[in-house]
Design a protein around this ligand. Structure first.
Ligand code: SAM
Length: 200
């Protein structure tokens, strides 16, 4: 419960445009993958939508978007953004660790910055839940900080090997690439951008 309160505090006490992860455009890595794979239609879940920028971009591209966040304050702000841009998005307050979302329903799932905030003992449950709600032929996109980001501030950092260890078994790793986290920070954190499919 403390965590939900912390995220609510973050969203109620700040202008979303000042948050480090605020990026009004579609994440560049996600955009490249969508174009390369020729994805045009389908049900897209944006886990931990925060300001809702990614959800709005995906809806503008024609995807049928559901956007969730543990924080009601974040969902309120994301909902206002969707209204401003005249796009239809299904918003839900939902903790991915205790998710109420039904099984096998999404063609695509995006996590831009949630997994890397979870504690070590929460990660296996997260992986199980994401796998459960993704369709068997679905695609999962995830961006997290990499160990190439110096310092200890903010979220956890991961190596490619660790990502393989956490997700392997439940997911087949399609690719893990070094990238950056575009947002309001002048010095962009180094990330891993991961593409996965349910294990065959
Ligand atoms: C770093 S922000 C990224 C926001 C958004 N994805 C973006 O790219 O702008 C992480 C988001 O994850 C949400 N979050 C954290 N833990 C969560 C959980 N267990 N379930 C759902 N959302 C969560 C937070 O409220 C926050 O909005």
């Amino acid at each position: 419960m403390a965590r939900r309160d912390d995220w609510d505090y973050t969203y109620s006490s700040s202008d979303v445009e000042q948050l480090p992860w605020y990026y009004p455009k579609l994440d560049g890595d996600l955009g490249k993958e969508i174009r390369a794979m020729g994805l045009k239609r389908g049900k897209f879940l944006d886990i931990g939508t925060g300001p809702g920028t990614q959800a709005v971009n995906l809806a503008q591209m024609g995807f049928k978007v559901t956007a969730t966040d543990i924080s009601m304050m974040a969902v309120d702000k994301a909902r206002k953004r969707a209204k401003k841009y005249h796009v239809k998005i299904k918003f839900l307050v939902d903790d991915i660790l205790e998710t109420k979302l039904k099984s096998n329903q999404f063609d695509f799932i995006l996590d831009r910055g949630v997994f890397h905030t979870l504690e070590a003992d929460e990660r296996a449950k997260y992986v199980r839940n994401v796998r459960r709600i993704l369709k068997r032929d679905g695609i999962y996109f995830m961006k997290c900080f990499s160990t190439k980001t110096p310092g200890h501030w903010g979220p956890y950092r991961f190596t490619k090997k660790q990502i393989n260890e956490y997700f392997g078994g439940k997911f087949d790793i399609v690719s893990i690439r070094d990238s950056i986290f575009s947002g309001s920070l002048a010095r962009k954190p180094k990330t891993l951008f991961c593409v996965m499919k349910p294990a065959s």
